[in-house]
Design a protein around this ligand. Structure first.
Ligand SMILES: *Cc1c(COP(=O)(O)O)cnc(C)c1O
Length: 430
């Protein structure tokens, strides 16, 4: 039988760089041929060869109610019949903004955009416009989209300026971003003592899902909140991944901390291009057309996209929604841990709401350095072991996993069964 995934990948590589529209889809860090997805329903995806997978990527988080949920699909169809977009305000945007501001106490006002990258990029511009300062602090291992200010890695020392982590980012831009180790309170205090009055904003993932799954400590979050307040620095909590994924109160709710600006994406779009940034009213008042910080978008608040997001946001408010996700996730991780240990493979796990992490290490990592010290070398063979068994994990050791309301106990049991064989395949490398 011809491999239709391979055939499409070959074709795609002729007209698209690397054959994909976003790099991690190309399977570079795990090897092999990307699966070209034909359709998805509930917890499953089917590729071009009609092979079925139990999906733990969920479109990188948005598919929290399961793929192609009938209520979401019908809301999208209904919206589409009214016209695909107008470039003028709509009722749906008002309802979406009201819903977000009601659900997230730190959000007095919000602006809708079309991607997480846009949300973080605009939040940073707003923080700079609001404070009249230029410096931005981010943390090692956190990802906030691909805008210039954020594609920056640490320089050689604590107080040195950041270096671009991508070609094409001017040093003049990266110079304004400082990168600190995650969860390092002393480093944070030192930097604030030195440069506190020049810092416009600190941005972080409260649970860093772009280095697999690393939680901020309570101590770290509290120190951040206190230092930002003390020095008039805007605290941007990037909840593009964690927002409504870890719980109805987002990660901020878990820590009992309020952001000055929150960025959202992924779940709030329900699989369509919707993201948002919002926060304190006095800060948001600096946005055009009220204030001098410019930001705009032809597709911002698109009615068809908002219909998918709004309906998803309604569905996640069903009683017991997150308890169910957590129970399924806990059963999955428990089973994986037992299976790994039975095969002599080190494994530690993390879970919050419908987001999880699995590490080939005895202990759960607390920083990017810890993640790098785990046996990430075991991941490609494990990944392919699972894929061959019909389980679709993120094709990278540095991405979180996602479970949806559509995953059944049987899906979880099947996944654990597949993992027993996948762990056995890598046991000789441990
Ligand atoms: C996915 C993600 C982004 C970027 O969102 P895009 O929609 O891919 O541009 C930003 N921040 C975090 C925390 C994310 O997980």
């Amino acid at each position: 039988m011809t491999n239709l995934n391979q055939a499409l990948f070959d074709r795609a590589s002729l007209t698209s760089p690397g054959g994909v529209n976003s790099p991690v889809r190309a399977f570079r860090s795990v090897g092999g041929t990307p699966r070209f997805i034909k359709r998805a329903q509930g917890a499953y995806m089917w590729d071009e060869n009609d092979t079925r997978y139990i999906d733990y990527v969920g479109s990188w988080g948005p598919a929290i109610v399961g793929h192609a949920h009938p209520e979401v699909v019908s809301a999208v169809q209904e919206a589409a019949t009214q016209g695909l977009g107008f470039g003028a305000p709509t009722r749906a945007e008002v309802e979406m903004a009201e819903l977000l501001c009601t659900m997230l106490p730190s959000m007095a006002q919000v602006r809708l955009v079309s991607s997480g990258t846009e949300a973080t990029m605009s939040a940073i511009r707003l923080a700079r416009g609001f404070t009249g300062r230029d410096l931005l602090i981010k943390f090692e291992g956190c990802y906030h989209g691909h805008s210039d200010s954020l594609l920056v890695k640490a320089g050689s020392g604590l107080l040195t300026l950041g270096n671009p982590s991508s070609k094409g980012v001017p040093v003049g831009v990266s110079n304004n971003t400082l990168v600190l180790p995650y969860n390092d309170v002393p480093a944070l205090k030192t930097l604030f003592a030195e440069k506190g009055d020049q810092i416009a904003a600190v941005i972080l993932e409260p649970i860093a899902g772009n280095m697999n799954f690393v939680r901020a400590s309570f101590e770290f979050m509290n120190a951040l909140r206190d230092l930002c307040t003390e020095h008039g620095v805007v605290l941007i909590i990037d909840e593009v991944m964690t927002g409504f994924r870890v719980g109805l109160q987002c990660a901020q709710g878990l820590y009992g901390i309020q952001a000055d600006i929150t960025t959202l994406g992924k779940v709030i779009g329900g699989g369509m291009p919707v993201a948002a940034f919002g926060g304190r009213a006095d800060i948001m008042a600096h946005m055009a057309p009220l204030g001098g910080v410019y930001q705009a978008g032809t597709l911002s608040g698109n009615p068809v996209a908002v219909a998918a997001g709004y309906t998803t946001m309604k569905l996640i408010q069903a009683p017991g929604f997150y308890e169910n996700l957590r129970a399924k996730g806990a059963a999955l991780l428990d089973g994986l841990t037992h299976a790994a240990h039975a095969a002599g493979v080190p494994l530690s796990t993390e879970l919050e709401g419908g987001m999880f992490g699995i590490f080939f290490s005895e202990q759960v990592p607390k920083s990017f350095a810890d993640v790098m010290a785990s046996r990430v070398d075991l991941f490609p063979a494990f990944f392919h072991g699972m894929l061959d068994e019909g389980v679709y994990l993120a094709p990278s050791a540095f991405e979180a996993g996602f479970i949806s309301a559509a995953h059944t106990d049987d899906d979880v049991a099947q996944t654990i069964d597949c993992a027993k064989r996948a762990f056995a395949r890598i046991a000789n490398q441990v």
